[in-house]
Design a protein around this ligand. Structure first.
Ligand SMILES: [Zn+2]
Length: 407
């Protein structure tokens, strides 16, 4: 069986570790996550490793290198999912890592550096109002105050960790020493349509986009839809429509910049009432922080201007701000060499619009990602899929890249 076929079979089988019949839902520290951990540890033991569950619910394992003092190379991704997920997001990188180590172990090959296998437990941030807990724990940036945060049932993260068999007091000790990791490599599906549109199997991630988010409230004057003439209206929703168009035009003006109004609400929300209030959200992302800040500022200026001209009140509250993470040149270079040497070119660099564990790991060590084309760019959806040939490509390229990074 080819390495790609093995990868596809493992991903198919692992999708059964779910809390729903006929759909894949594997939230952090649930029974389904527990079964997934046990299954994964069994498979890791099957290739000769001695895995362990750490204090933050990550599955870790070490494949020793020839030089016990050399900083190691970490590979993997996450095994938690969103609700009604696809089987590739996160899990792909975990089983690529397992397959790479299996190939080395099968032939008794040791690289100079040891390899650290990682399956993070908390990337999606669906169950608790926190995200990247596993990677932040390793990077030493985990905030212990988040242990008190509760899920929708009122169960705190601390309680859930204990019920899972993890001791939260051990989390600070999970932090790897700066310099102890040579690189972190995360293979992942693209979750977007760029590679497919360009007929490419793989892409090297150049940066993980930073994001700015805002909540906006526009206040006009509600009135009778039949009696108030158009010229005398202060329609909050009509103002929102003009604002959304302006935001779209601003984002279209630059490559790699994206801006989204993802939610909108009109009040009072009746067919015969002029909307007196409109609430909307804005999400702006870009690979470059200065570019993102400038674009966000331009969007806010446009909002204020449009609202002002229409006699509409405009309140803007920032709700989230994260800087972009540049992927490290040593990881990008290893991936580029691996793609060329395995004949899987041409090389395409692209930013990641979504956040990933690599964002947190970049604070600790050189971090980078290899993207795999996914059908229709669809993700966070059961329709997520990749081709067998692309599975072969990601295996071949990751094996070679790990070889380079661990030399
Ligand atoms: Zn993911």
């Amino acid at each position: 069986m080819t390495l790609g076929q093995k990868l596809m079979n493992r991903l198919d089988a692992f999708a059964r570790q779910s809390s729903e019949d006929g759909a894949l839902t594997r939230l952090f520290l649930t029974q389904a996550h527990r079964q997934a951990v046990d299954d994964l540890m069994e498979q890791l033991r099957g290739i000769g490793l001695s895995p362990w569950l750490d204090a933050m619910g990550n599955v870790q394992a070490r494949y020793a290198g020839l030089d016990p003092h050399a900083p190691t190379v970490m590979i993997g991704s996450h095994i938690d999912t969103v609700r009604n997920a696809g089987r590739f997001d996160g899990t792909l990188g975990v089983f690529v890592a397992l397959g790479v180590i299996e190939e080395l172990a099968k032939n008794g090959n040791r690289l100079r550096r040891g390899l650290d296998f990682i399956a993070f437990g908390d990337e999606e941030g669906v169950r608790f109002p926190t995200t990247l807990g596993g990677s932040r724990a390793l990077a030493g940036s985990f905030d212990m105050a988040t242990l008190g945060l509760a899920d929708a049932e009122g169960v705190t993260l601390e309680t859930a960790l204990r019920a899972f068999g993890c001791d939260p007091s051990g989390i600070p000790a999970l932090a790897r020493k700066p310099g102890s990791l040579h690189a972190y490599l995360e293979p992942h599906i693209e979750q977007g349509p760029v590679l497919e549109a360009e007929d490419l199997a793989l892409g090297i991630v150049s940066a993980i986009n930073g994001a700015s988010r805002y909540s906006i409230t526009l206040t006009g004057l509600a009135g009778h839809a039949g009696t108030v003439p158009m010229a005398l209206r202060r329609d909050a929703l009509a103002a929102a429509a003009e604002i959304i168009s302006a935001i779209e035009a601003r984002a279209l003006a630059e490559p790699d910049l994206v801006a989204t109004v993802g939610r909108i609400e009109a009040l009072p929300g009746a067919v015969n009432v002029i909307p007196g209030e409109a609430r909307l959200t804005l999400d702006v992302r870009a690979p470059d922080d200065a570019q993102r800040r400038k674009a966000a500022a331009d969007c806010l200026t446009a909002m204020t201007r449009i609202a002002g001209r229409r006699g509409i009140g405009c309140e803007i509250l920032p709700s989230h701000d994260a800087d972009a993470m540049k992927c490290d040149p040593i990881v990008q270079q290893a991936l580029a060499t691996a793609i060329l040497e395995t004949g899987r070119g041409p090389i395409r660099y692209l930013p990641s619009g979504a956040g990933h564990d690599a964002t947190a790991m970049a604070a600790l060590c050189p971090a980078g990602m290899l993207f795999v084309r996914c059908k229709g760019g669809i993700s966070h959806n059961p329709l997520e899929s990749i081709t067998l040939d692309d599975a072969e490509a990601v295996m071949a390229v990751t094996i070679r890249a790990v070889d380079i990074l661990a030399a």
